[in-house]
Design a protein around this ligand. Structure first.
Ligand SMILES: [Zn+2]
Length: 378
C-alpha cells in the first residue's frame, strides 16, 4: 500500500466550522486593515531614510529569502502565499540589484556568517519543494542576474511525476463553479448531495476526499480519484497534468539543473518530519537522500523543515544524519548567534507587496519586530 499522510503544502485548517468561517472573515478584515497601515508606515519610513538606516544597522546579518512555486497559469489566485508571478519575482531580484546586495550561495553564506567574513547585506535565495515551475519560470530570471539558489526538494512526487494529490484536490474545489456535487461513488453514500455554495460543507467534502485518498489509495488510485473528482466538478484535470503547475521537477530535470549550477538539498521524501517519532523522521531524510544521491553530485548536508515546523530536540537528529544547517519559516534576519539548525527566512510570495519586501530585505521590518519584542528565540 502506497498510502501516507503528507503534511501541508500550506493547507487550510481541516475541520473548519461555521463559526470559524465567520471568525475568519472578521480576522481577515482586521488583518487587511493592519497590513494596509503597515504599508503606509513603511512608505513613510522609506521616505525619511528609515530603510537606509536599517540597511546600515543590519549589514552584518544574513538575509535568507524563501520561495515555493512560480506561476505559470492562475496559481497566484489559487495560493498567493505559495506561488509568485514571474514579473513579481523579477522585480524582487531587480531590487536586490539596485541595493547592490550580494546574492551568494548557502555554503558561502554559512561559512561567512560563522567565521565573520560575510559580505555586507548578504542574501541567500532558497526555493522549497522543487516545483516544476522552478525550471520554467525562475531559472531564466536567476540566470539573467547570475544569482545562485538552493532548492530544497521533497522527492516523493519527483519520483511519481504526478500532480501533488492534496494540492490538486484543493485546486479542483477552488476552481469549480458547480453548485451541487454527487461524491457518493468516490467517498460513500453520505456525500450524495454536497452543497458547494456552503463554504463549510465544501471544505468538509474537500478534506473527506483528501483523507480518503491519503489513507486508502495508491498513487495511481489517487490520480484516478482526481480525474473522477474533476469530472464531477467540471474541471480540466488533463490541464493540471499537461501544464505541471502542481507537479515537481523529475530527476532528469534535477540532474540537468544541478549541472547548470543550481544547488539541491534535503526536504524529506514525503514532506513530513514528525517531532514525536525519531526513526520515522530520520527515515524521511534517509529516503530523501537516497532518492537524490543518484542524481546529485554535491554533498547533501543542508535541510529545510517541511512547512517550517520544528522542535529543538530535532536538531540532534539532524546532526546524527550529518546535516550542517536547517532553515525554518520563522521570519527574521540571521546574525552569528543564530543556531545553524534554526536559520530564519522571509517567505516571499504574490501576497507580499514590493514595499513589504523592501522593508524585509533592508532589515527595517526585523528591527521593528525586535523593538516590539516580536522576534523569536535564537
Ligand atoms: Zn515544503
Amino acid at each position: 500500500m502506497d498510502s501516507f499522510r503528507i503534511i501541508s503544502f500550506f493547507t487550510l485548517p481541516q475541520n473548519i466550522g461555521a463559526s470559524c468561517v465567520r471568525m475568519d472573515e472578521k480576522i481577515l478584515g482586521k488583518q487587511r486593515a493592519m497590513r494596509k497601515a503597515k504599508q503606509v508606515l513603511y512608505g513613510m519610513a522609506k521616505r525619511i531614510g528609515g530603510f537606509e538606516w536599517a540597511r546600515r544597522k543590519t549589514k552584518r546579518c544574513l538575509r535568507i529569502l524563501c520561495y515555493h512555486g512560480f506561476a505559470v497559469a492562475n496559481e497566484t489566485d489559487f495560493r498567493p502565499k505559495l506561488f509568485i508571478s514571474r514579473d513579481t519575482f523579477r522585480r524582487r531580484l531587480d531590487l536586490l540589484n539596485e541595493y547592490r546586495f550580494p546574492v551568494i550561495s548557502l555554503n558561502e553564506a554559512l561559512t561567512g556568517l560563522y567565521e565573520d567574513t560575510l559580505p555586507e547585506n548578504a542574501v541567500v535565495l532558497t526555493i522549497d519543494d522543487g516545483f516544476w515551475s522552478v525550471l520554467a519560470q525562475a531559472v531564466p530570471i536567476l540566470k539573467h542576474h547570475g544569482f545562485p539558489a538552493t532548492v530544497y526538494v521533497t522527492t516523493y512526487y519527483s519520483q511519481k511525476e504526478t500532480p501533488i494529490f492534496r494540492l490538486a484536490v484543493q485546486y479542483l474545489f477552488w476552481g469549480t463553479t458547480v453548485r451541487k456535487a454527487d461524491l457518493a461513488e468516490m467517498i460513500g453514500k453520505d456525500w450524495r448531495k454536497v452543497n458547494l455554495e456552503d463554504p463549510v460543507e465544501k471544505n468538509r467534502a474537500q478534506w473527506a476526499i483528501i483523507e480518503y485518498g491519503e489513507e486508502n489509495c495508491t498513487e495511481p488510485k489517487r490520480q484516478d480519484l482526481c480525474r473522477d473528482l474533476a469530472r464531477v466538478l467540471q474541471m480540466d484535470y488533463p490541464f493540471l497534468e499537461k501544464t505541471r503547475i502542481l507537479s515537481l521537477l523529475n530527476f532528469t530535470e534535477i540532474a540537468s539543473l544541478e549541472r547548470d549550477g543550481l544547488d539541491f538539498q534535503l526536504h524529506t521524501h514525503r514532506h513530513r518530519f514528525p517531532d514525536s517519532n525519531e526513526s520515522l523522521a530520520k527515515q524521511e531524510i534517509q529516503d530523501n537522500r537516497a532518492a537524490l544521491q543518484g542524481v546529485i553530485r554535491k554533498p547533501l548536508k543542508h535541510f529545510c523543515y517541511p512547512s517550517g515546523v520544528w522542535a529543538f530536540h530535532q536538531r540532534h537528529w539532524l546532526k546524527d544524519l550529518g546535516i550542517q544547517s536547517a532553515t525554518t519559516c520563522d521570519v527574521g534576519l540571521n546574525d552569528k548567534s543564530i543556531h545553524p539548525m534554526g536559520l530564519r527566512r522571509f517567505l516571499d510570495g504574490e501576497n507580499i507587496s514590493q514595499i513589504e519586501f523592501e522593508a524585509e530585505i533592508t532589515g527595517f521590518a526585523d528591527l521593528i519586530r525586535r523593538f516590539s519584542g516580536k522576534a523569536g528565540p535564537l
